[in-house]
Design a protein around this ligand. Structure first.
Ligand SMILES: Nc1nc2c(ncn2[C@@H]2O[C@H](COP(=O)(O)OP(=O)(O)OP(=O)(O)O)[C@@H](O)[C@H]2O)c(=O)[nH]1
Length: 498
């Protein structure tokens, strides 16, 4: 069943033989399976529905990567979207506990793991952040609960507020506040009474306690195995008390962790920690990746997909390099380069990272070259037929008009693009011929590290001396070194209305 989501998706896609891009129908079919999987993982229905809808919009039209199945690709898209939802703002696991003594209020249902989590967190703050912590139990209904906290405190070497029989929770809270101030504690943690379900009297009690101390953090402790109930609990506590974060316990069990997703979607509050056992060390910072993998039941697929994409990019780059060395730099290659540029943060971003490119970055800026322009150039190339892309010199005036119109641009823009392509392809040819193996090869080796062009590696791959020498051979015009690369004249003013 659940573990087989990827198999289920592969099955769905094996029946479809579409290539190229994920069609709306493909994605719909796959996402039906994903929705079932989410529900099985205890994600609430409205949350699953909204999530799937958002993913559908994102996935439709994505290019299919050939070395993985479309099913796996959808899983990857779903996985990334899950992480987006699960990720809260700010650093995971960080607590606002400056300005000592900082009060932390622990709330939750009975048996959810509140007392255990209070002690685990106190230990963590003491050991990892060197904080002096005081713990106090406010559970006047169950003396055993107070004892439990005192015993845990002894175990982990953290102080607990002495138990005074007959005191009410507000009185204990005031005593804890005073004691924390006098005793020089950094943090004091208030472990409120558990309740079997949301009950008015106990809620009022927690409100009264909250108003005495104004907690820096109010952490809701919920049992991750209770699934949808946990979400109702969170909604209720947030409405009445106002929570700042969630701790999901019993994530060492075999629950699917769907509650985490629903909780994030419904309350918008960050999940800060997860409890992974009964031992005092079994508390970890919440990691969206782990839960996402768990909800989908297949962490390895994502790694596989990422690897496949990397390989494909590297293969493409290698093929391009071989063609370029032979002077075959066609419009498809140019398009690929433009796309890479956008991926790397646009031309300016890319040049900013490369030594000696400062001057050109300025030229780029002055010429008004930005992502929009790169996209316009890509649109022009996309309007060409396969044949034209391979052989742009074939383009007749009438076709040029049609292509420019198709991309919403002027013929002059297309001419500029073609000029740029010609210049680049001439340069590639010259560089390809130079030296044995060619300096192009050397430069490209740097550029095409793993999976595409890495600007840092690119800069490293280009030995300035080799570039200088190459430039001399090319007739004195230094393509990269010296005063920096000159912009091909065709590039400036692209897309600008005359
Ligand atoms: N496996 C596992 N057990 C846990 C975890 N957290 C807590 N527990 C266990 O759950 C049980 C209940 O935990 P408590 O801390 O007593 O729960 P509580 O919410 O404080 O309950 P009340 O004090 O009755 O309100 C204990 O036996 C804990 O050891 C966890 O992350 N994993």
């Amino acid at each position: 069943m659940f573990e087989n989501l990827s198999e289920r998706l592969s099955g769905v896609f094996d029946r479809l033989t579409k290539q190229g891009a994920l069609s709306e129908d493909d994605v719909k079919t796959a996402l039906r399976e994903v929705r079932v999987a989410l529900l099985e993982a205890d994600v609430s229905l409205p949350v699953a529905r909204d999530f799937v809808k958002a993913v559908q919009e994102q996935a439709t039209g994505q290019a299919v990567t050939k070395s993985i199945t479309p099913g796996q690709q959808v899983v990857k898209i779903v996985h990334d979207a899950l992480i987006d939802v699960l990720k809260g703002e700010g650093e995971p696991g960080a607590l606002k506990i400056d300005n000592p003594p900082a009060p932390i209020l622990m709330v939750g249902l009975q048996g959810g793991g509140k007392t255990t989590t209070t002690a685990k967190l106190a230990k963590r703050l003491k050991e990892r952040e060197g904080k002096r912590v005081l713990m106090a139990s406010l559970d006047v209904n169950r003396p055993a609960a107070m004892e439990q906290l005192a015993i845990l405190g002894q175990q982990i070497g953290v102080d607990t507020l002495p138990i005074v029989k007959g005191e009410d929770p507000v009185a204990i809270t005031k005593r804890a506040k005073t004691q924390a101030g006098l005793g020089g504690y950094d943090v004091y943690m208030l472990d409120t009474a558990g309740r079997l379900s949301i009950d008015e009297e106990l809620m009022q009690q927690v409100e009264a306690v909250r108003d005495v101390v104004t907690p820096r953090e109010t952490l809701l402790v919920v049992d991750g195995l209770t699934g949808q109930d946990a979400v109702h609990t969170a909604e209720n506590f947030d409405e009445r008390i106002g929570i700042s974060g969630v701790v999901l316990t019993r994530m060492d069990g075999d629950g699917r962790g769907g509650a985490a997703l629903s909780m994030r979607a419904v309350t918008g509050k960050p999940i800060k920690f997860v409890g992974l056992g009964e031992k005092m060390d079994a508390l970890e910072t919440f990691e969206p990746e782990r839960i996402a993998g768990r909800i989908l039941g297949m962490g390895d697929i994502v790694a596989l997909v990422e690897k496949a994409q990397e390989t494909i990019e590297a293969e493409q780059a290698e093929r391009m390099m071989k063609r370029m060395a032979k002077g075959q730099f066609n419009m498809n290659d140019l398009k690929m380069q433009l796309e890479q540029m956008i991926k790397m943060g646009g031309m300016q971003g890319m040049m900013g990272m490369m030594p000696g490119m400062g001057k050109m970055a300025k030229q780029v800026e002055d010429a008004g070259l930005d992502d929009k322009m790169l996209k316009q150039q890509i649109a022009l190339i996309q309007s060409m037929t396969k044949k034209e892309r391979a052989n742009p010199q074939l383009l007749q005036a009438s076709r040029k008009k049609r292509i420019a119109k198709g991309a919403g641009m002027e013929v002059s823009d297309l001419n500029k693009l073609m000029k740029m392509h010609r210049q680049m392809s001439d340069m590639m040819k010259k560089m390809g011929k130079m030296g044995k193996g060619g300096m192009l090869k050397q430069a490209m080796k740097g550029m095409m590290g793993k999976g595409g062009m890495d600007p840092a590696a690119m800069a490293q791959g280009m030995d300035p001396k080799a570039l200088e020498a190459a430039a001399k051979q090319m007739g004195g015009k230094n393509p990269f070194g010296g005063g920096g690369m000159q912009l091909p004249p065709g590039l400036s003013g692209f897309g600008k209305k005359k």
